[in-house]
Design a protein around this ligand. Structure first.
Ligand SMILES: NC(=O)c1ccc[n+]([C@@H]2O[C@H](COP(=O)([O-])OP(=O)(O)OC[C@H]3O[C@@H](n4cnc5c(N)ncnc54)[C@H](OP(=O)(O)O)[C@@H]3O)[C@@H](O)[C@H]2O)c1
Length: 237
């Protein structure tokens, strides 16, 4: 049976690789992003449906959901890093920074999931992309990703009786995405690689294969979890 797969933030980086992985499995894949040109190009290149949708805007999320009769796999990959503007930020700047990171990294997943919750089929999966930043004191970004894990635990308890699994993939440093917006120095890259046990950056495919597994029949008893994919840069014991 052809699975219906929705990947938010599927135009670039991790989300795009996840969309490609499911498309290679003959799934019917929908990708989203905020930029119409990027959505169009990525959808054509991947051979999937592209939908322009800012996952922080309720009206756009509702319109996206209305296009889908059912969903077998939801991947909440939309996210990104808003950085502090510098020392001595005003309270309004602090508030804006926190709102931005919470909206982009937590509310994107919360709103999209709420919009398609009734369309999730028995045996379906929700996978949300978290970050090692949640373990590392990553400021408002890390706090948003930590909250994603807490929200996921309650979502899992709510949906497991319907045979829906819900998990977070907490990604370590992943090279080859637009996440750092070209601002990652060579020195910082070396530091992040040095933290790993296997001395390499993660790839988008590392995350795509994990997402594919979490949505596979072999993973039906895995739910409510945060799965760390980081080459050993953070270990849970
Ligand atoms: N790269 C890393 O090292 C790393 C590590 C840990 C976790 N992560 C997480 O992995 C996820 C994917 O990031 P990435 O590294 O693949 O970065 P990326 O290449 O910048 O991809 C981000 C994707 O999300 C979309 N997006 C952002 N905000 C959105 C919104 N409000 N509504 C809809 N789409 C939105 C972007 O498209 P538009 O900008 O056109 O909307 C793009 O498709 C994020 O949640 C990020 O926090 C990344």
């Amino acid at each position: 049976m052809t699975r219906i797969v929705l990947v938010t933030g599927g135009t670039s980086g991790i989300g795009r690789a996840i969309a490609a992985r499911f498309a290679a499995d003959q799934a019917e894949v929908f990708i989203t992003g905020r930029n119409p040109d990027t959505v169009d190009v990525a959808a054509k290149e991947l051979g999937v449906h592209g939908v322009v949708c800012d996952a922080t805007v309720t009206g756009q999320v509702a319109e996206l959901a209305a296009r889908l009769d059912e969903v077998d796999v939801l991947v909440n990959a939309a996210g990104g890093l808003s950085r502090p503007t510098g020392d001595g930020m005003t309270l309004d700047e602090v508030l804006a920074l926190w709102h931005a990171n919470l909206a982009q990294n937590l509310l994107t997943a919360v709103l999209t999931t709420a919009s398609v919750k009734d369309r999730l089929t028995g045996g379906s999966s929700v996978v949300s992309i978290g970050s090692i930043g949640a373990e590392r004191g990553g400021g408002s970004y890390g706090a948003a990703k930590a909250a994603l894990g807490a929200w996921n635990a309650s979502l899992s308890a709510e949906l497991a009786p319907r045979n829906v699994t819900c998990n977070v993939i907490s990604a370590g440093y992943i090279a080859g995405t637009n996440f750092f917006n070209g601002q990652l120095s060579d020195e910082r890259h070396r530091e992040l690689v040095e933290e790993t046990h296997n001395k390499r950056p993660g790839t988008v495919d590392d995350i795509a294969q994990t997402a594919y597994f979490l949505a596979s029949p072999g993973a039906r008893h895995i739910t409510g979890q945060t799965v760390h994919v980081n080459g050993g840069a953070f270990t849970t014991r």
